[in-house]
Design a protein around this ligand. Structure first.
Ligand SMILES: Cc1cc2nc3c(=O)[nH]c(=O)nc-3n(C[C@H](O)[C@H](O)[C@H](O)COP(=O)(O)O)c2cc1C
Length: 181
């Protein structure tokens, strides 16, 4: 009975990649490093595989990478305001370091967007003026975070009943249970 909600959340996540303006194009990624303060940030969802692994592009010098190296348990949150649908994903983050894979995806990054991964100084460094940022010509710090989900929660607010379902992965299959909303 929960399978229909699993298909819906999977379809919506995949639509986030392909449908212009879909609210799941961006999500909130939460990490917790050694200092135990949760850190949240908006990221663009780049790929959703058949088995629901999520890809995010980032600069490998960013704080989120430091957190993931310290603790690779992460969460992602997506919200679709028209459908009042919230998807929470909990999973293990893996940093893709294979140069041939990175090269393949880097070649698909638009020239304008390449600046996001080629600042001379580390992202988050202090500057006195936004025009002061210098960019590297030859190298880049592009990397891909792959999130392998182990728990996903679906919540839809609607009348007469809100619907909340928790899906947990065991082996290769997902088991769903309804929860009190
Ligand atoms: C609309 C939007 C989309 C963003 N997409 C990304 C993204 O795909 N990857 C990324 O690393 N940062 C992205 N950012 C910037 C992050 O929110 C964040 O400021 C940055 O990655 C630094 O985070 P950190 O210091 O916690 O690592 C985006 C910001 C906005 C507002």
């Amino acid at each position: 009975m929960t399978a229909i909600f699993f298909s819906e959340l999977k379809d919506e996540l995949q639509r986030g990649i392909h449908k212009k303006g879909h609210p799941f194009r961006c999500g909130t990624l939460a990490t917790v490093g050694l200092e135990t303060l949760p850190r949240l940030r908006t990221v663009v969802l780049r790929k959703v595989s058949e088995d629901l692994k999520l890809h995010i592009y980032t600069d490998k010098r960013s704080k989120k990478l430091i957190h993931i190296k310290e603790n690779n348990k992460v969460s992602m949150l997506f919200y679709h305001p028209k459908q009042m649908l919230q998807i929470k994903v909990e999973g293990l983050a893996h940093i893709i370091t294979d140069e041939s894979i990175l090269k393949k995806y880097w070649s698909g990054v638009q020239p304008n967007s390449r600046k996001d991964y080629t600042t001379e100084n580390i992202p988050g460094s202090k500057i006195s003026n936004p025009n002061q940022v210098e960019y590297l010509d030859e190298e880049n710090h592009f990397c891909i975070i792959e999130i392998e989900p182990f728990r996903i929660e679906y919540l839809k607010l609607k009348r007469p009943n809100h619907i909340r379902v928790q899906f947990s992965k065991s082996e290769a299959s997902w088991n769903g249970e309804f929860l009190v909303p």
